[in-house]
Design a protein around this ligand. Structure first.
Ligand code: NAP
Length: 267
């Protein structure tokens, strides 16, 4: 029988972190051994996820949480300002980092990969853990080889700070790598209201819709002679990221080095 994977969660009191605590507690192959959330320090971690006693008291700092916990994996859904140092600390303790927080520079990723290699452990930084969203990106890149005229429309809640979304930028990058460069539309096109045509990226446009009531959706629309093709992904809930996090926690036990992007460990 496979050994139980011992999991620590940082950001455990946050919206994503609570889902991670619940997911870990509900999977018999995983064991919650530590949790960090400065504002919830001292409470039982199960309370954060609406579960009964987890037997793990929430710590205020990562070091306190990892001391003596013998964690195999750390899952981080915190804030960009904290995620880099959390990842370094995790590697120093020999704990495999699974990072959902965004904001790492390419140089930091190279450095953290080296630290993982030196320590002989795996790690993952994944800007998107949603399996459906990853598939949408893969399919969009594939379709753009055959239908290169494309626009992206992404929809998020009205309180989102950044636009366009990270997922739409990643989709655009994959399309730009897959298709020939192409300046779309009429070269004499003019906007009578500024911004009407959306953000310009490598010859095509990204449109960001921000409305209350929306969680996260994206459409990639391809146009060809007498036809359009639409790829659409809808996220309704943070729980939708958990199957991806669960796969990552298990797969990271079996490789060395830091991987960037969930798509690289999906198969
Ligand atoms: P949130 O509800 O605001 O939770 C953030 C958590 O981070 C809180 O528990 C907070 O703890 C903790 N935190 C903040 N600063 C910290 C620090 N210096 N050290 C330790 N913990 C700290 O945010 P969320 O909605 O869960 O999102 C968390 C992150 O995940 C964001 O960066 C978001 O963009 C990302 N995200 C990624 C994916 C993906 O698929 N990769 C999907 C959704 C979201 P306290 O409350 O105790 O202060």
């Amino acid at each position: 029988m496979e050994e139980t994977i011992r999991v620590a969660v940082i950001g455990a009191g946050g919206r994503m972190g609570r889902e991670v605590v619940r997911m870990v507690m509900e999977d018999e192959a995983l064991k919650l051994v530590a949790a960090v959330s400065p504002s919830a320090a001292g409470v039982d971690a199960g309370l954060l996820a609406g579960k009964p006693n987890a037997g793990v008291i929430v710590s205020a700092t990562l070091e306190q949480a990892l001391n003596g916990a013998q964690a195999d994996v750390l899952v981080d859904f915190t804030v960009p300002a904290a995620a880099y140092s959390n990842t370094r600390t995790s590697i120093e303790y020999g704990v495999r980092p699974i990072i959902g927080t965004t904001g790492f520079t390419p140089e930091q990723i190279v450095e953290l990969d080296k630290l993982c290699q030196d320590r002989g452990i795996g790690g993952l930084i994944a800007p998107n853990f949603s399996i459906g969203a990853i598939l949408m990106m893969k399919f969009a890149a594939e379709a753009s080889k055959y239908m290169p005229h494309v626009e992206i429309i992404e929809y998020h809640g009205d309180q989102k700070l950044d636009a366009p979304s990270g997922t739409s930028i990643k989709t655009a990058e994959l399309i730009a790598q897959a298709r020939e460069e192409l300046r779309q539309g009429n070269p004499n096109e003019e906007e009578t209201i500024e911004g009407a045509r959306g953000a310009y990226y490598n010859g095509f446009r990204i449109h960001s819709v921000r409305l209350p009531g929306v969680f996260a959706q994206q459409e990639v629309v391809f146009g060809g002679y007498g036809q359009t093709l639409k790829l659409r992904h809808d996220s309704y809930d943070r729980a939708g990221y958990m199957p991806g996090v669960n796969v990552a926690v298990k797969k990271v036990m079996n490789y060395t080095g830091l991987i960037y992007g969930f798509e690289h460990i999906m198969d």
